[in-house]
Design a protein around this ligand. Structure first.
Ligand code: CU
Length: 522
């Protein structure tokens, strides 16, 4: 938070850590999507545009339009370890299309929108698209309603990275209604310095007895030594003005034979009240991918990571507003914009380090985020409170990376043994940078474990302290505690749902101790 007088600022002021949490039934995320029916070097997708209803956390059911899989099309799903994957005929956002760089991509679209909606289409910005079939529109070939005439878009996916796709027909209405999605192009060449699995010995061996699976779509976002990653998440930001959707719903059954449709829908003034990431608002976005109670909103937004892991963020701005999304805990090193890797003349990464990854409509970004605890100015593992058997030997960069099985693997050694608290409640100050609140205002449970520390047995570490535990710690023996950071739009209007806080474009990023297995299968 930058504005300390804001509501969020009052909640979070003075603490680098938003929440310390126990682990329970949390679901996780990854970057799920579909693969085409492929031969070697080709990827074919048969999509439909169709109407449907999506749900918002205030109970509202919103009439929307979305791309989905044609009923005759059986795609493949990635990552293959995610259970219950499906591709309905309408979803919001549309299916994430995953292809390999160099693939000849063919996307066939049929239009199952109501006749009153008129023609529709798909644009793939950044690619040289050949469109055939259907009827000519302003920007591309369009598919008429009725579902029987298909339009086909072909292009070579020559550019790696994260790309958007969206309707090229009546964009102010059709994109607002939900006709947009993501295209991920995986590089054909992987740099030799990338990790084979997220748990290579160089980056920490498997602390979960073989359970720490690889959920990446690839080992690198681009063919560049700075583009390796260990985990990845896709975030599509959009907003929604329900009045537009109500007008469209009221006119959906009007009989119509015009290519331009027969709806008279005012898209101005534009007053959105729903702000979504991957088609869901907080807290719905924390539910599992493909959750049955969100039949047309299959993708969640629930990032987790271990300290030190390189996490690839695939970011797309959709809709009409700018979305200044802030990833708390560190800045994001940008690799590429709109799939264009940002490098110097000598091929060194030149992408900026961003405080907020602000997207304008249609813009995409690929960036690397890493959380290590560097800069906290206190020992996040509670070593200052009696756990002195664990050491911290700095590597050339200052991190403890020489002992992959250590609980405090990747600790920032300059803060090793630094106390947490300045003036513990009811006690004398110990010199740390943080003053904890009165323990009586905390509720212990899923969002606060009773310990401010990261790692296995974090609460036991806290209460077993010498000479005194931090105030407000309660022993919950055996618990593993992680840190949760609020990732949210810095346009604070956007962290509401229908004007109620919290909601909208807000998620919780979890830093889990290495001993905790991050299971992205749900
Ligand atoms: Cu913030």
């Amino acid at each position: 938070m930058r504005k300390t007088n804001s509501l969020m600022g009052r909640l979070l002021r003075g603490a680098a850590v938003a929440f310390v949490a126990l682990f329970g039934t949390a679901s996780h995320a990854a970057a799920p999507g579909i693969t085409g029916s492929t031969g070697t070097g080709t990827a074919t997708f048969n999509l439909s545009a169709a109407p449907g209803y999506i749900s918002q956390p205030d109970g509202t059911s919103v009439y929307s339009w979305g791309y989905g899989c044609a009923s005759t099309f059986a795609p493949g799903f990635l990552p293959g370890t995610i259970t219950g994957a499906s591709c309905p005929t309408m979803q919001l956002p549309g299916p994430t299309l995953i292809v390999n760089q160099g693939d000849a991509v063919t996307v066939t679209l049929t239009n199952n929108l109501p006749a009153a909606a008129g023609n529709t289409s798909i644009l793939f910005p950044g690619f040289a698209v050949t469109a055939s079939g259907g009827t000519p529109g302003v920007l591309t070939q369009e598919a008429p309603t009725g579902g029987s005439v298909a339009v086909t878009y072909t292009f070579v996916a020559d550019k790696a990275g994260t790309h958007s796709y969206y309707s090229g027909t009546q964009g102010d209405l059709q994109v607002e209604m939900g006709l947009y999605g993501a295209l991920i192009v995986l590089p054909t060449t992987i740099p030799t310095n990338c990790q084979n699995t997220p748990n290579d010995t160089a980056r920490g061996t498997d602390r979960g007895g073989g359970a720490q699976s690889d959920f990446r779509l690839a080992k690198a976002a681009f063919n560049h030594s700075s583009a390796c990653y260990d985990r990845e998440y896709l975030f599509q930001f959009s907003e929604m003005d329900i009045e537009v959707h109500r007008q469209a719903e009221a006119q959906k059954d009007v009989s119509c034979a015009q290519a331009t449709g027969c709806m008279i829908v005012s898209t101005e003034p534009y007053v959105p009240t729903y702000f979504m990431i991957n088609g869901r608002s907080m807290p719905d976005l924390m539910e599992p991918n493909y959750a049955l109670h969100f039949p047309n909103q299959p993708y969640n937004a629930n990032p987790h990571m271990h300290p030190g892991e390189l996490t690839l963020l695939r970011i797309i701005g959709t809709g009409r507003w700018q979305h200044p999304f802030h990833e708390h805990g560190n800045h994001v090193r940008i690799l590429a914009r709109d799939g264009n890797l940002i490098t110097t003349a000598t091929n060194k990464l030149a992408g900026p380090l961003l405080f907020t990854t602000t997207t304008t409509p249609g813009m995409t970004m690929d960036g690397i985020y890493q959380w290590t605890g560097k800069g906290l100015n206190w020992d996040a593992y509670g070593h200052a409170n009696g756990i002195t058997t664990e050491t911290c030997v700095p590597d050339a960069n200052g991190y403890y990376t020489s002992a992959p099985t250590a609980n405090n693997y990747y600790e920032w050694c300059a803060d090793h043994l630094k106390p947490l608290e300045d003036k513990p409640f009811g006690q004398v100050g110990k010199g740390g940078p943080v003053t904890l609140p009165d323990p009586n205002i905390f509720a212990f449970g899923p969002w606060y474990s009773g310990s401010p520390y990261l790692g296995p047995d974090a609460t036991a570490r806290a209460v077993g302290a010498t000479p005194v535990p931090p105030s407000g710690t309660v022993g919950n023996a055996g618990d593993e505690a992680g840190f949760f950071f609020m990732w949210h739009s810095h346009n604070e209007r956007e962290i509401t749902t229908n004007n109620a806080f919290p909601g909208g474009m807000l998620m919780m990023m979890g830093v889990d101790p290495w001993v905790y297995v991050i299971d992205e299968t749900k």
